[in-house]
Design a protein. Sequence first.
Length: 317
Amino acid sequence: MANQRLTNLSELTTVADDDYVYVIDSSDATDDPNGSSRKAQAKNVRGWPKTAAETSAGVSIVSYQYPPGDVRRYGAVGDGATDDTTAVQNAIDVAEVNSGHVYFYEGTYLGNWTITAAITIHATDGVILKGSTAAAVFQCTGDFVNVVGGLKLDGDTTSAYCWHHDGANNAKIDSLWCTGATSHGLYIEGVVGDGAYYNSFYNHVSKSNGGDGEKIYGTATPAHRANVNKFFGGQVSSNTGDGFDIDTVAGTAIFGTTIETYTGYAFKFTDCTKAALTMTGGWIESNTAGGVNIDSTTLMVQMYGTRFNQSTEFSGA
């Protein structure tokens, strides 16, 4: 294909590997057809050709002006009204081909998405992903998923969960904000796959959800227990259920997290027959049902330097 002469980069629809795209300032009277003016030369840009990963994933490119991985390349709008489900899922599908990257820029993206393999998600300030169906805003079954720069997930009182971590292992999730889910903000489930092991959440916020702030659930089969998940910093507050509902799980570790203003308990432990929790630092206050509730089968809840500010600190067996 021949080189293209455009007056606006958004006009670009396709580009070959050896094509250059010249964007000409139409207000510059010195422009000639070859774009030889200084203004034109300053605006010379390179289009981004289709990659092997995009071909493998079978996705369509909507805007070649954006680089691979940028959700806008696949048609995402981010105006809070347009359904961006397909566009964002295409970016995810491409990244899953080779453990690649997905990039969000400021805006509100409407939809629900699934992650099935290792990818890294990047987000600038002002990125909101809002659920539009009863499914989780994000359903993650892939191992080694990373989130860099933070995501704000809004269930919009429509999606059951903001982030459903379903049998996925070894994730590193930074600054994930979960709000507005009809059920749990963050749901870590070890029933399927390899069991949801060794995931780390940094500066996590779970607020104003219809169920628990954090639900961590395993099974009695050791290979399928949601074990050794860690939380560093963050806030869990104003959810309808419990702060952390930890069920049939071992090895949860929490550092410096504030848990407050719940209808239920800050922590509720059920059938955690191995070391259930180690909490270092943090603050527990104003949880209506109480601070920590432990059933008769749960072992080894350890807290170091955690501050309580409520009438009932511990209850149960």
